[in-house]
Design a protein around this ligand. Structure first.
Ligand SMILES: C[S@@+](CC[C@H](N)C(=O)[O-])C[C@H]1O[C@@H](n2cnc3c(N)ncnc32)[C@H](O)[C@@H]1O
Length: 217
């Protein structure tokens, strides 16, 4: 189990935290939490503000392939895959890799990249419809914090079940009260978030032995 930033090559997103805080109200939050059209391709106040394939995950995929020594014929699952951009880039980076995704958003799956059609499953992270040990590696990036703590725990157990700890989970966190305040201004969908030590406690409770890192606003 290691703390390792596998998203280190992603360009830093410019976040206008004040603008988000000003636009946020219970209705905006409720719409975002549906993970429907508005969240992906609507106004930025609801989420991504338009999410199209631009190759930004390619270098992340390269780092994941190297970190887990992934190779042709191995199976990888991305839990919370959205439109499947990482699934696509993993297969571009490692020809012959069998990459799959799962997401709760029907809209995202219905608007996935055509290269991953048939590889994405509709479902929830806390009930993964695959047999034990079905994957050589499971990833879940910025997804598990969208569940309340008891369900996030089950999601971590599910990930562990599928890949015996060859996994990477990235979740919302903060190191200081200032970072926590910025996060709370920014957050739309997360239901459980905390300092790294509290996340590590959850990992231990779940028996999760994979790698992990934090998304800090
Ligand atoms: C911030 S997006 C991250 C998407 C992608 N992993 C990335 O990093 O670009 C959060 C994702 O979690 C998905 N999601 C939310 N709740 C979920 C659940 N219970 N099970 C699976 N996916 C979920 C959303 O639909 C969305 O795709």
């Amino acid at each position: 189990m290691a703390e390792v930033n596998l998203l280190r090559s992603l360009p830093q997103t410019k976040r206008n935290v004040q603008k988000r805080a000003d636009a946020k109200d219970p209705e905006v939050v409720a719409i975002a939490k549906k993970f429907d059209q508005e969240y992906w391709d609507g106004d930025r106040k609801y989420g991504y503000g338009g999410y199209r394939y631009d190759g930004r995950w390619r270098s992340v995929a390269r780092d994941i392939v190297a970190h887990f020594k992934l190779a042709k014929g191995m199976r990888v699952l991305d839990v919370g895959c959205g439109k499947g951009f990482l699934v696509k880039d993993l297969m571009l980076e490692c020809p012959g890799l069998e990459a799959f995704g799962l997401d709760i958003s029907r809209y995202a799956l219905m608007h996935c990249d055509k290269d991953v059609v048939g590889r994405l499953h509709l479902g929830s992270a806390d009930s993964l419809p695959f047999p034990d040990g079905a994957f050589e590696c499971v990833l879940s990036i910025n997804t598990i914090h969208n569940l309340p703590r008891p369900r996030a725990l089950v999601a971590l157990q599910e990930i562990q079940r599928l890949c015996a700890g060859r996994a990477y989970v990235q979740v919302d966190s903060y190191h200081t009260p200032q970072e926590k305040a910025a996060f709370e201004d920014w957050v739309l969908t997360a239901l459980f978030h905390d300092y790294p030590d509290a996340w590590r406690k959850l990992f231990a409770e779940a028996g999760y032995t994979g790698d992990y890192y934090w998304t800090i606003v």
